[in-house]
Design a protein around this ligand. Structure first.
Ligand SMILES: Nc1ncnc2c1ncn2[C@@H]1O[C@H](COP(=O)(O)OP(=O)(O)OP(=O)(O)O)[C@@H](O)[C@H]1O
Ligand SMILES: [Mg+2]
Length: 314
């Protein structure tokens, strides 16, 4: 797809540990992917697989235990200069799952939306800041008057819009959207997705879209990476992933997704992923680009099988 272009963000062999140094828990065990300008890159996996941890490590909330995060050609994980830290804080924003929990209930919308500016644009006047807040609220389809209200006065969908305004006011280039619609009523999910898509088009935004819901991702993601227990299992453009899933874990995830077209529907209950099918005792797994833009984790024996599967499909 966009392989010739420079990635906006590259994650190389990212590792994130929790717990003590003596007895660490490896939440992210060496993950690599590139995200290109203007695309929506999906990260899908079960609860606890490490999706949020990756997002938080990218925006520097969590420290990495290894690997590199490269944003616009510069390493942004680990020790970086103050200037670069300020730039990253502005240009990479996050939208959270639960609008209620992520907004400070005692602060007015005004403050919530402007909060990032207090740290990065210390020089601006109160009026300028207010002007930016009003603009950000209008950009997400809310009234400027809402600035003087409190979050609890709004519906879930409106609160998520406030969360988006809070990110937009920073004029970001890259947004980590962590389950941005999962906590919302089904009836308003599409509106929030449409808003995100609209903003992306207008501003050339790039998204890392984190979700456990493949049927949503299918419609909005250009490419999708599948994560399981802190490791990527497969990565491909959305169409390829749905048509030719290679890894048994991807196949299991997909088997639970309702398919719109009859020829893609399968009979029977969802597949169960059985990790014991992998024999990695001597033949160790690697992360391999098995066809252009299509990556899968497997050992030499499995990769040979996957190549066979692709040849048969072709
Ligand atoms: N701050 C933390 N301290 C200790 N362990 C953590 C912390 N954050 C996450 N973990 C652990 O790391 C693993 C990955 O968690 P993470 O929140 O990234 O998963 P997730 O894929 O986002 O799941 P979900 O779909 O439920 O949001 C889990 O086992 C989790 O318990
Ligand atoms: Mg999460």
């Amino acid at each position: 797809m966009s392989e010739q272009r420079e990635p906006l963000l590259s994650v190389r062999d990212m590792r994130v540990d929790f717990g003590s140094r003596r007895k660490p828990f490896h939440a992210v065990k060496g993950v690599s992917f590139d995200i290109y300008p203007g695309e929506t890159f999906g990260l899908v996996g079960e609860s606890g697989s490490g999706k949020t941890t990756i997002g938080r490590a990218i925006i520097r909330i969590y420290e990495t235990a290894g690997g590199e995060v490269i944003f616009k050609g510069q390493r942004i994980n680990g020790k970086i200069s103050k200037e670069l830290d300020r730039e990253v804080t502005r240009k990479i924003q996050m939208i959270f799952q639960d609008p209620m929990a992520s907004l400070n209930e005692r602060a007015k919308v005004d403050y919530i939306v402007a909060e990032g500016l207090y740290n990065t644009e210390k020089g601006i006047s109160k009026e300028q800041r207010q002007e930016k807040v009003h603009q950000a609220l209008m950009d997400v389809g809310l009234l400027p008057e809402f600035a003087s209200r409190f979050p609890h006065e709004f519906s879930g969908g409106q609160r998520q819009r406030i969360g988006i305004a809070r990110a937009l006011i920073m004029q970001p280039e890259f947004i980590v959207a962590d389950e941005p619609i999962s906590a919302l009523d089904v009836s308003i999910r599409a509106q929030v997705l449409n808003l995100l898509a609209e903003l992306q088009k207008q501003r050339g935004l790039t998204y890392l879209f984190i979700s456990h819901d493949l049927s949503v991702m299918r419609f909005i993601c250009d490419r999708i990476a599948v994560i399981h227990k802190g490791l990527l299992m497969e990565l491909a453009d959305t169409e390829t992933l749905f048509r030719h899933p290679l890894h048994p874990y991807t196949q299991a995830l997909l088997s639970a997704v309702p398919m719109p077209s009859p020829d893609q529907r399968r009979e029977g209950p969802p597949l169960i992923y059985d990790e014991s099918v992998h024999d990695y005792r001597t033949d160790k797994p690697v992360w391999c680009e098995i066809e252009p833009g299509h990556f899968v984790r497997g050992n030499q024996k499995e990769l040979a099988e996957y190549r066979g599967m692709l040849e048969k499909e072709a």
